[in-house]
Write a protein that binds this ligand. Sequence first.
Ligand SMILES: Nc1ncnc2c1ncn2[C@@H]1O[C@H](COP(=O)(O)OP(=O)(O)OP(=O)(O)O)[C@@H](O)[C@H]1O
Length: 190
Amino acid sequence: MILRLDQVACARGGRLLFANLDLTLGRGDAGVVTGPNGAGKSSLLRLCAGLLRPFEGRIETGSRALLGEQCALDGERALAAALAFWATLDGTRDRVEPALAAVDLLPLADVPVRLLSTGQRRRAGLARVVASGAALWLLDEPANGLDTASIARLEALVADHRAAGGAVLVATHLPLALPGGATIALGGAA
Ligand SMILES: Nc1ncnc2c1ncn2[C@@H]1O[C@H](COP(=O)(O)OP(=O)(O)OP(=O)(O)O)[C@@H](O)[C@H]1O
């Protein structure tokens, strides 16, 4: 078991976004979170990342990495150094270069993060997740800003991660190939 949610409810700003959510992801599993704007997709990923507390219920998870709205890299640092900052904390420094290669950003390793384009920054955030070595990838709209080739690379990276025994939970409104993925449909809020 990589992620288990047991009767989880999420409230934000005093409003209940969803309740009674059960979800289990094991090795190789994928979950796709869908729902209209404001349904709580990002909030669910943040709950799973441990950045929010559930209003009710329990969440069990091991190592995890979140790709949120921001790439979470120091804009002033060179890309490789910014990734190395996190990888050093994770004890996975040797994974930085392969992760940069996997998102096709090795040629920009020495460029400050703030100078990267929107799609490149998204890929840099993905490289951070890849380099983390975490079993659970939490990806919030990972395809936003990506060109066709980058989306294919993202799909391949997710497939490799699952094949290696990892799991992913993805919120996306863009079509992504996640074979056999379970759908978690959040409904309701305007
Ligand atoms: N810090 C906060 N304080 C209060 N309410 C918040 C906070 N962050 C988010 N919300 C509210 O929680 C609700 C769900 O937000 P969330 O970002 O999880 O939705 P989402 O499904 O990811 O939406 P979208 O498709 O637009 O990205 C929204 O109504 C939002 O206004």
